[in-house]
Design a protein around this ligand. Structure first.
Ligand code: SF4
Length: 339
């Protein structure tokens, strides 16, 4: 199996493997001609797609085409039937570069997946239309994670934070809560799956808790220092943990306080709040654990955004300043020592 970039998502890994596994399985000694066979593609032994592959191999390039269905773990991401075409170059009988295009259809929609790899790294990936939040798909993924023996799922809703390259396809808080209700309903109020997060955080995601963010709950440190206020927002850096904790105006952040936080329900700020609530109200936490997350009925009141302060776009300025400081420090270190 090809080794693909670790920086890409599991979805990419799996999608790439469908097309490439068939090619990678052909030994260099027989790397000429045309192969037509029913093929079940797999990734580390996990079936991800099946169909009738037609593979044409020459000395330096190959072309493969399959009509079939996604299975196993890949089915959790892109369920359906479709056709896949892969073309690329070969080096010692193994794919060096590939262009992969799949059209996968279900009764509801058709997705076009395009993927380019080079020497095992994914260079470009696009799904059209962009994947929307589909509760059935997420629930299937949780089922598959359990079937694989994964004993702790960490889940968090995305939102259009400042540095997110695609601002158009993230969820608002209202859509996030409904989505999680629709997901958890498919798994006995989330009890069907094993999460590594607190039950009250899951309950919050389903709109049953009115929590305020605890921005310092998951401190972030990077090459510039301790990032204020959290890993999603970069609004300055502290040189020590004490300085971060004591000199950051924490009340200036969080949903209702700051425009950039308006749609955030991310674990980095809200899991800490849920844990504090569980310590203060253990019976409430136990109740959610035993009964599951409530997926019907009224939701908790939403935080008003009327008094939030407007967004301040300071991230790039802080990064430039830190980079300048690093360059000055490096230049000083490289100066020859005085005789
Ligand atoms: S709400 Fe909290 S965790 Fe979310 S972006 Fe704002 S400070 Fe960060």
């Amino acid at each position: 199996m090809l080794a693909l970039s670790k920086t890409i998502t599991s979805k990419l890994l799996l999608t790439a493997a469908v097309a490439l596994a068939a090619v990678a399985a052909i030994s260099p000694a027989s790397a000429q001609g045309r192969l037509e066979a029913r093929y079940v593609a797999s990734l580390a032994g996990i079936p991800i797609g099946s169909g009738r592959w037609v593979v044409e191999i020459a000395d330096t390039h190959y072309a493969a085409e399959v009509n079939g269905s996604t299975t196993g773990l890949l089915h959790a991401f892109t369920g359906g039937e479709g056709s896949t075409i892969a073309r690329g170059t070969l080096n010692a009988g193994r794919p060096a570069s590939s262009i992969y295009a799949a059209t996968i259809s279900t009764s509801k929609k058709t997705e076009q997946v395009n993927l380019t790899t080079s020497n095992g790294d994914v260079k470009d990936f696009k799904v059209d239309p962009p994947p929307d939040a589909d509760p059935e798909r997420v629930a299937r993924f949780f089922d598959q994670a359990g079937a694989l023996g994964i004993d702790g799922i960490t889940v968090s809703p995305g939102y259009a934070y400042e540095r997110a390259p695609d601002q158009a396809h993230f969820l608002t808080r209202a859509r996030t809560k409904q989505l999680f209700r629709d997901i958890f309903r498919r798994g006995r109020g989330a009890r069907a799956w094993s999460f590594s997060q607190s039950g009250l955080f899951l309950d919050f995601l389903a709109g049953n808790q009115e929590y305020r963010c605890t921005p310092w709950g998951n401190p972030t440190r990077n090459v510039f220092g301790w990032q204020r206020p959290c890993y999603l927002l970069g609004e300055g850096y502290a040189s020590s943990f004490r300085q971060l904790m004591e000199e950051t105006d924490w009340d200036a952040y969080g949903t209702g306080n700051y425009e950039k936080c308006a749609d955030c329900m991310v674990h980095s700020g809200y899991e800490a709040t849920a844990v504090q609530d569980a310590v203060r109200h253990p019976l409430k936490a136990l109740s959610v654990s035993f009964r599951g997350v409530r997926t019907e009925g009224a939701m908790a009141q939403e935080i008003s955004l009327k008094r939030q302060r407007p967004a301040s776009y300071v991230f790039s300025g802080h990064v430039q300043q830190k980079l300048a400081e690093i360059r000055i420090t490096q230049a000083r270190a490289e100066e020859p020592a005085a005789p």
